[in-house]
Ligand binder design. Structure first.
Ligand code: HAM
Length: 415
């Protein structure tokens, strides 16, 4: 027996309706915000993520599924959706089309992480990216879509926002971080020593206890924002107030990807343990240029669908179940099975969920199966029914039966 790879999950037929529900709510909401779906490949050239996500991030240095294909090209399974969407936006000339351009995706993503509750090696994201708008109103709208989605799905989460500035003010902040962490170098973990040299902002993202303790006293980015970044952050707060969205400012939020500029945000649930961040995003004004496009501001977010479902389950949010089988047509012999088959065809053509026997089972076994399916009605066809062109239809809930002519079946079960 071959088992499923570590960190991956099957979505079984009995559970897939939950995914379909979340995806439908997300798609409908994205539509209301005038975003259209984009689908990009599951794998891209490794270079895209090295350049886009950033080669000092954990994602790029440790977590990518990278391999050489048979043509000796370095290929990587997408660890997230933004870089591929940005590439497609440039490569397909959308960058010269109508802006802002809003697009959403539902995609698998792959990260070689240590699996635990809420952390998988293959997971799924619903994400939104808006290209072309630099104002904080676009950031607020992005946050609003995420907020509306989480609320519609019944999640109670907290929104944390921060600004990590532009390359100019970030350089000053990085220096301040170096000054601060310089006197703690010996105490930092192995990874943080490298982060100190390459990208001090990443030091704030460390999950090691000792580093976290040191981080608590580190300088705040908000004290280093330039006037423009500061004004942008103030405008964001105004727009969030207009949208009626509650938030908390958390200057420690820096995000695990390098492309962010100015606004960053996370929605966190405290119902599912350590991996409580259900949604993360922010502005990334430098990415499109870095990937070879013109200067083009952008902002977006992604939610982890597995985590959404975990929170919904943990907090008892009811997900509407799909309609059960309307009618199970039981046949007693070959002729009546054929009749059952023909009536089932007619019913399905008319939008009625009908089922018949495909296992040559006894009537008793067919009733049992219909019961397992949760069928609303069972209609038995035997020799006398064939003669009368009518069957007895049993309402499985009330136990009552009614005679229905075959010719009336569509009408009867459509009601
Ligand atoms: P991220 O924070 O790396 O951001 O991921 C977004 C969400 O994906 C997380 O909040 C979490 O719910 C889910 N997620 C991440 N890693 C895992 C995992 N190993 N297992 C299960 N769920 C996971 C991004 O990916 C950015 N591309 C978001 C973005 C879009 N920023 C701008 N536009």
């Amino acid at each position: 027996m071959i088992n499923i790879p570590k960190g991956t999950k099957d979505v079984l037929p009995s559970d897939s309706y939950k995914w379909q529900y979340v995806e439908k709510v997300a798609r409908d909401l994205a539509g209301l915000f005038n975003a259209k779906e984009i689908r990009t490949p599951t794998f891209e050239h490794t270079e895209l993520f090295a350049r886009g996500v950033g080669d000092t991030t954990d994602i790029v240095t440790k977590e990518m599924y990278t391999f050489l294909d048979k043509g000796n090209r370095s290929i990587t399974l997408k660890p997230e959706g933004t870089a591929g969407t940005g590439r497609a936006f440039i490569e397909n000339g959308l960058i010269s089309g109508a802006l802002p351009a809003k697009m959403f995706y539902i995609t698998p993503a792959f990260r070689y992480e240590r699996p635990q509750a809420g952390r998988l090696r293959e997971f799924h994201q619903f994400g939104l990216e808006t290209f072309g708008a630099s104002g904080a109103d676009a950031d607020a709208e992005t946050i609003m879509l995420a907020d509306s989605l989480l609320k519609k799905l019944g999640l109670k989460v907290k929104l944390y926002i921060n600004s990590i500035g532009c390359p100019t003010c970030r350089a000053k902040y990085n220096q301040a971080l170096k000054d601060f962490f310089g006197s703690h170098l010996e105490e930092l973990c192995f990874d943080c020593k490298a982060r100190y040299e390459k990208n001090p902002l990443r030091l704030l993202d460390c999950k090691e206890e000792t580093c976290k303790n040191i981080n608590a006293d580190a300088p705040s980015i908000l004290d280093y924002l330039c006037d423009d970044c500061s004004a942008h952050f103030e405008t964001l707060k105004e727009y969030l107030a207009l949208a009626g969205i509650a938030y908390e400012i958390n200057p420690r939020i820096v995000r695990g990807l390098d492309y962010y500029t100015r606004t960053v945000f996370e929605f966190v649930s405290d119902n599912i343990g350590a991996q409580g961040t259900v949604c993360g995003g922010g502005r990334y004004d430098g990415l499109i240029k870095q990937l070879g496009g013109n200067d083009c501001p952008a902002v977006g977010f992604a939610v982890g669908i597995e985590r959404l479902l975990m929170v919904m389950e943990a907090t008892g949010v009811e997900i509407p179940k799909p309609a059960p089988v309307k009618v199970y047509l039981a046949g007693m012999n070959e002729e009546s099975r054929k009749q059952a088959f023909a009536i089932a065809c007619k019913l399905r053509e008319n939008g009625v969920l009908a089922e018949t026997d495909h296992m040559n089972r006894s009537i008793k076994a067919q009733f049992k199966y219909a019961d397992k399916l949760g069928a609303e009605y069972v209609a038995v066809i035997g020799e006398s029914e064939l003669l009368e062109n009518a069957f007895n239809v049993k309402n499985m809930q009330t136990g009552e039966s009614e005679k229905v002519a075959f010719a009336q079946a569509v009408e009867y079960f459509s009601k």
